[in-house]
Design a protein around this ligand. Structure first.
Ligand SMILES: NC(=O)c1ccc[n+]([C@@H]2O[C@H](COP(=O)([O-])OP(=O)(O)OC[C@H]3O[C@@H](n4cnc5c(N)ncnc54)[C@H](OP(=O)(O)O)[C@@H]3O)[C@@H](O)[C@H]2O)c1
Length: 319
């Protein structure tokens, strides 16, 4: 790793773990991290947030990566909401990308090993662990539900990959319908899917009109898992659907976030009884996402017992 950074670097005096996000100061990780890092035997490590705008200037991502790469006390970090854009902007700065990062075109974990800067895409693992905690084995065979995913960003790509990889046919939906407001992300997902063997029918819909999103949702079969992977209700205001949009009966509404206005989740809660909607937020995803990246940055293994302790500590903060 070269010692000279093309960008100004802050020489940290304490080991620092970065959180590259949008509104990092508001995340529960600020309270959870000190408990977790002490539990893992690294109480000296501090967490520092780097807020970037959505679709920020590529230079902002390169500066953040350079800080980690060139400052010896900067250990690594977790990336949310910018996983694809950050890799697009700073691919040449990484010495190693794991196979998921290459396949998905994103990084959620930045770490160092033997002086090399490494990027990993943990979302296919963490979104999978989260989805598996929400549904029981054979869910799609039992219900006949589809996946309807609003948003075709990093999380949508990861969830798609996780489902494609399911070996038991009953764990794969018949259809994966994905709606995005810009074409590029749809093309990116289509390209990834086209390189893989799958019997899941993917449908790519370019749309940002909430009324049309309502109509798409209303055509989905019972038991469909409707995912808000747009960041709306946290990163940006609103919801991809309107208050009038009807969730499929016996569906699962999965809001990927656990904080913010969470309009989509509240719309689902309003139909919990009338449409038998099961509601899930992003808390479990949050715990899996962070623990996987911390394990990578600290080069430790988080087995089931350790995960249970970290989960309990996180839940003690959540209340
Ligand atoms: N709980 C957790 O730990 C956890 C873990 C992962 C993700 N998340 C959250 O999940 C959200 C998505 O994450 P991500 O990494 O997938 O973000 P991302 O890569 O930025 O993707 C968001 C996608 O949503 C699209 N979009 C925005 N508004 C839309 C609308 N009205 N209709 C259709 N598509 C719309 C965007 O379209 P464009 O193509 O126009 O940009 C973009 O492709 C974020 O808020 C993130 O914080 C939470």
């Amino acid at each position: 790793m070269s010692q000279t950074s093309p960008y100004p670097i802050v020489q940290k005096t304490r080991p620092t773990f970065y959180f590259i996000g949008v509104t990092t100061g508001k995340s529960s990780i600020n309270r959870v991290f000190p408990l977790w890092t002490a539990e893992l035997g690294h109480p000296e490590v501090v967490l520092e947030g780097i807020d970037c705008k959505l679709n920020d200037d590529p230079e902002a991502y390169r500066r953040a990566v350079a800080q980690i790469k060139y400052d010896p006390m900067s250990l690594g970090g977790l990336v949310t909401a910018h996983k694809i854009n950050l890799l697009n902007a700073a691919r040449d700065m990484f010495d190693y990308l794991d196979p998921y990062a290459v396949l998905c075109g994103e990084v959620s974990s930045i770490s160092k090993r033997d002086g090399r800067l490494e990027g990993h895409a943990k979302d296919p693992i963490t979104s999978g662990l989260s989805l598996d905690a929400i549904i029981e084995p054979g869910y799609f065979a039992r219900t006949g539900g589809d996946i309807l995913c609003y948003g075709a960003g990093g999380s949508a790509v990861a969830i798609a990959l996780h489902l494609i990889r399911k070996t038991d046919a009953g764990d794969r939906p018949r259809r994966f319908v994905v709606v995005n407001r810009s074409q590029g992300r749809l093309d990116h997902l289509r390209e990834m899917v086209s390189g893989l063997q799958t019997d899941i029918q993917f449908e790519y819909i370019l749309n940002s009109d909430p009324l049309r999103n309502d109509a798409i949702m209303e055509q989905s079969p019972e038991g469909t898992i409707v995912i808000n992977a747009t960041g709306m209700g946290k990163d940006t205001p609103g919801s991809p659907i309107t208050n009038a949009g009807l969730f499929p009966r016996h569906s699962i509404a999965w809001e990927l976030n656990y904080r913010g206005e969470l309009d989509f989740m509240h719309q689902a809660i309003a139909q919990k009884g009338s449409r038998q909607v099961k509601i899930e937020d992003g808390w479990v995803y949050f715990v899996h996402g962070w623990t996987q990246v911390i394990a990578q940055v600290y080069h430790v293994e988080i087995d089931a017992a350790r995960f249970a302790r970290l989960d309990a500590l996180a839940n003690s903060i959540r209340g």
